[in-house]
Design a protein. Sequence first.
Lengths: 435, 256
Amino acid sequence: MEEQNEKDQRPKKGFKAWLQKLFAGIPLIGWLFSVFGAVLIEYFLGDLISYYLGLPKIPVLFGFLTVLKKPLLIPGIIGYLILVYGLPILLIAKSLRKPANKLAAFLDKGPVSIGAIIHLGFFYGAMHFWTDLSDYRLLVLKLTMIAIMLTLSINVINGYMGEFSCSHPGFMALGAYGASTITLLLFANDKLFGDALLPVALGFYFFPLALIGGGLIAALGALVIAIPSFRTRGDYLAIISLAFLFIVKSLIENLEFIGGPRGMSSQPNYANLPMVFTVMVLCIWIINNFVRSTMGKALNAVRDNELAAEVMTVNTRKTKIIAFMFAAFWAGVAGGLFAHVLRYVNPGSFGIQRLAEILAMVYFGGLNSVTGSIVGAVSISILSEALRPLEIYKWIIIPLLLILVMLFRPTGLIAFTEFNPKELMKPKKKRIEEQ
Amino acid sequence: MALLRVDNMTHYFEGLRAVHNYNLILEPGHIVGLIGPNGAGKTTIFNLISGIHTPTEGNIELDGHNLIGHQPHKIASMGLGRTFQNLLLWRHMTVLEHVKMACYSQLEYGVLDAFFGTRRCHREEKRITSKAMHLLETFNVAQFSSQLAVSLPYGAQRRLEMARAMATNPKVLLLDEPTAGMTPDELNRMITIIRKVHQDFDVTIFMIEHRLKFVMDLCERIQTLVFGEVIAEGTPDEIKNNPDVIEAYLGKEDVT
């Protein structure tokens, strides 16, 4: 901490200092305003700007896809990014610095929940307009949010409790099939289960219950790993969890009444953006509450020294069961959302490939850290979408990146930190002006 | 009535007899020492009492409650605190979190409270935080409260471990070599700390120690353990002059 302060007090030169000066003193709400503004500019003027820059249409994912397909458009894309995102964000953030700080100070006085809701409201608004321009964006955004939930939940086991669990796609599959079975059976006319048992109109309101149902099924499945974890740790538990993944996968492949290897399709379209967003926020909030409480810190104690934890009155068995079931529950909920976003699931999507993806996200972002999980999930999902035109080479670049991160930061980008929403939303002083 | 009572405890590791026919009666308010050469089974006795191993035979009672067959965390929350010879601290946790963690069994909120961050959860967290800070001040480690425990100097780590053990509200405190690896200066400070704990917290202490000066200074009664059997028990003076002890323990130290 002190070292950091000393570093900050030294006079700075060059580009880095210039950048820092540019961004200093803008609270989170200021950034949200400016992002919102930039998104509005794109929403109303995007077509016009892209026409004048010679682009065929609005670049959907920051132009990555277009650039990789047609390198000639690079200048246009860069111009577009600067005109639509770069400049407006900077200008709005700078010009609204004072009122934004005032607002942040005002919100800081009130309860955290109200501040958080206002921040999230602006964030949601920006996403709403951003995704309104293209269905592809909407899909990528939803899948990213689901990835955040998955990464956070696996972080509870792999990061906070220090076990290497490979069964996460299995939990996800249980949740996906559980939730799909409930909605298809009760609220949809489909070929697998026949006519809806309840009025179809009620379906959307019961969807959260279906998600919870899926999550609970996954949590029950987690007992299969939680109970062996009393006596086994490390590599052996990893093997058990891997076995669990294969058991779940082949079970689903062989159960004909849920579609077998063909999978389940035509789930009702319940997982719209507000739904996915709300569930994700709830997931982050609840997991963050848990890991910051002493009961959640017990996971760290079990990881760092189980014997000491036990002798210091920590019920390690209960702790392990809670951790596995809790993580599996959220993986199950994420799976349920996943099934309803794609409106199709098959056993093939819950295999080793998915496991590798989730593990990459959590180790890239950082163990034992909510922020790290969010960063890891967002960067890997966006990256793997953006590099899609490279096809097979994508799976060379992303693993290489992961190796580099592991070399320079063995625990991930942002590891072992606490996520404190109150700190995050605080008004910021301009340090350079003070001196 | 004895606070901690061990009757005819015997323990085998596979075929190896580690502890044989061990008896202990710990009266409230006493400080009792357990000495013996390396490998005599002292730490095994601690592990048996604190429930980490279950004795093959015998009976252990704490304040009239039978301890056999209970999980260690249950035994600990019944009032048996302990420290470890090799400082089992948690690597990624701060000093304050260490002491708060030891209050786990005193938390009066459920898992759901922790999930939703209810008012009860916050209230309880606040309560144990102030309790933990108080303990940290007592043991003179409060200035480190937000640092990682592993980054502390060795003496402070020892004190932290004592603070952590005291946070479990023990009636009996088992100290496993509290002075291992300490300089003579730190050793004297440790004697003061143990005396203070004994008086301020009204706790009964049972300790393993290698340094005879330390044991002779603090303990009212001493047991000598050799190859899992108690060969002598008595006041420090009696032990000092016991020919068996001199032969088995002090004599051996002369050779090495």
